[in-house]
Design a protein. Structure first.
Length: 27
């Protein structure tokens, strides 16, 4: 496992979290 894939997983995870937070704020 290289650093690049770790970084991309992390940024994907934070994007998903951001989407969830934005959706929660709308409700």
């Amino acid at each position: 496992m290289n650093d690049e894939s770790v970084t991309s997983s992390v940024s994907k995870g934070s994007k998903t979290k951001d989407k969830i937070l934005k959706t929660a704020l709308k409700l």
